[in-house]
Design a protein around this ligand. Structure first.
Ligand SMILES: [Zn+2]
Length: 339
C-alpha cells in the first residue's frame, strides 16, 4: 500500500541528483557498513512477511536489533475474515519466531488497513476480532490505519480504530495517503485530535517536506519512509533532519512486497554521518524515537534486544523451523550479532 508509480516523478530519489550526490549514493549503497560500525537500529515499519531470510540476515548484520511489522494489505484484497485472522496470528506467531532466528526482536501493530476498510461487510467482521489481537504480547499499537482514497468508509473505520486505541492505551501508526497527501495528513491529525488522542501517542507515517512542519508543530511523531526511487530519498531525509532536528522524527524502510530496501535505515544513517549530522541526532531518528513512541504501549523492554537476542536455530515453532533438510542450526547463546 506504500507505492504509487507516478510518485517516482514527483519525488525523485538521490539517484537523480548531481554527480556528487550520485557518487555519494553509490558509496552508501555498497559501503554503508563502514560508517555505521557499532550503531544499532530500530525499524518501526517493515513488512517482513513479504521478505526473505536473506533480508533478515542482512538486517542483523547491519545492526538492526528490533523491528515493528504493521498489519497491512497483501497487494490484493482478502476475501474473508479467516485470512485476516491467519495473517494477524502469523504476525504474533511465525513471523516473530522467524525474526528471532536471526537475533532480531519483532513487534507488530494490528489494524484494519485503509484499502480494505472499503469492503464494509468484511470490515465489520475484522473490527470484532481486533481487540483480541491488540491484547497480545508484543503488539505495540494499532496500525497501519488511516486514509488511502479518503473515502467515507475509510474515515469510519479510522475513527473506530482510534477509539479502540484510546480504550486500550495503545499508540497509533497512521498511514497517510499518497494522493492528496497534505490534505489527507491534516485530516488524519484533525480526526485523531477530535477523538481525544494525545498527539504523542500518534505516529504519522510517510511524511514529506510538505507535511513535516505541521505534524511536528501539532506534537505528533513524524515518520519518514525511505524508498528507493520513490517517496523520500536518503538525501532529502538528511536535509529534513538538518532543518528540523531530531525531535519526534524517525525513519523507516516500509519494505514490503514491492521494490523497497530493508536496509534503508542503516544506509540513511551512513549518509547522515557523511553529511555531518551528529551521532546523537542519528541515534534518535534511527533508533530512539521509534523506541520511545511505541514503548508507550508498555510492550517494549529495551533490555530484551539491546545486547542482541540469543540465537538458537534448533528451536521450532509449532514443529516448523527456518532450516531446511541437512542444515546445521546456529546456536549462538552469547552473540551480539550473527556473523
Ligand atoms: Zn506499510
Amino acid at each position: 500500500m506504500c507505492q504509487n508509480p507516478n510518485e517516482a516523478k514527483l519525488n525523485p530519489s538521490h539517484f537523480e541528483g548531481s554527480n556528487e550526490e550520485q557518487q555519494t549514493a553509490q558509496e552508501v549503497e555498497g559501503g554503508f557498513a563502514a560508517y555505521t560500525q557499532g550503531m544499532k537500529f530500530f525499524d518501526p515499519h517493515v513488512h517482513m512477511t513479504s521478505r526473505t531470510t536473506d533480508d533478515y540476515q542482512a538486517l542483523a548484520d547491519a545492526g538492526v536489533v528490533a523491528i515493528i511489522e504493521p498489519a497491512f494489505w497483501l497487494g490484493q484484497p482478502r476475501t474473508g475474515l479467516a485470512s485476516f485472522k491467519d495473517y494477524f496470528a502469523s504476525l504474533v506467531g511465525w513471523e516473530r519466531f522467524r525474526s528471532s532466528q536471526f537475533g532480531i526482536k519483532h513487534y507488530c501493530t494490528i489494524g484494519l488497513n485503509s484499502r480494505e476498510a472499503n469492503n464494509e461487510a468484511l470490515a465489520e467482521e475484522v473490527m470484532d476480532i481486533l481487540p483480541l489481537f491488540l491484547q497480545k504480547e508484543g503488539v505495540v499499537g494499532v496500525g497501519e490505519i488511516g486514509f488511502d482514497d479518503q473515502t467515507a468508509a475509510e474515515e469510519k473505520y479510522y475513527r473506530a480504530q482510534l477509539e479502540l486505541a484510546k480504550e486500550m492505551g495503545l499508540p497509533v501508526q497512521v498511514h497517510t495517503p499518497h494522493r492528496d497527501k497534505k490534505k489527507g495528513t491534516e485530516r488524519s491529525m484533525a480526526i485523531a485530535l477530535e477523538h481525544g488522542l494525545a498527539p504523542n501517542m500518534v505516529v504519522i507515517d510517510h511524511n514529506n517536506e510538505e507535511t513535516v512542519k505541521s505534524v511536528l508543530d501539532q506534537g505528533f511523531y513524524a515518520a519518514f519512509t525511505i524508498y528507493p526511487f520513490t517517496k523520500m530519498g536518503n538525501e532529502r531525509m538528511v536535509e529534513i533532519v538538518k532543518h528540523y532536528g531530531s525531535e519526534r522524527i524517525m525513519v523507516n524502510s516500509a519494505a514490503d512486497w514491492g521494490i523497497s530496501d530493508p536496509l534503508a535505515i542503516p544506509k540513511t544513517a551512513a549518509l547522515m554521518k557523511i553529511k555531518g549530522i551528529s551521532s546523537v541526532d542519528i541515534q534518535k531518528v534511527t533508533y530512539q524515537n521509534a523506541l520511545d513512541s511505541f514503548a508507550q504501549s508498555g510492550q517494549i523492554n529495551e533490555k530484551d534486544f539491546i545486547h542482541g537476542l540469543e540465537i538458537d536455530q534448533s528451536l521450532k515453532f509449532n514443529g516448523n523451523t527456518v532450516l531446511r533438510g541437512g542444515q546445521a542450526p546456529r546456536v549462538d547463546k552469547n552473540s551480539i550479532f550473527i556473523r
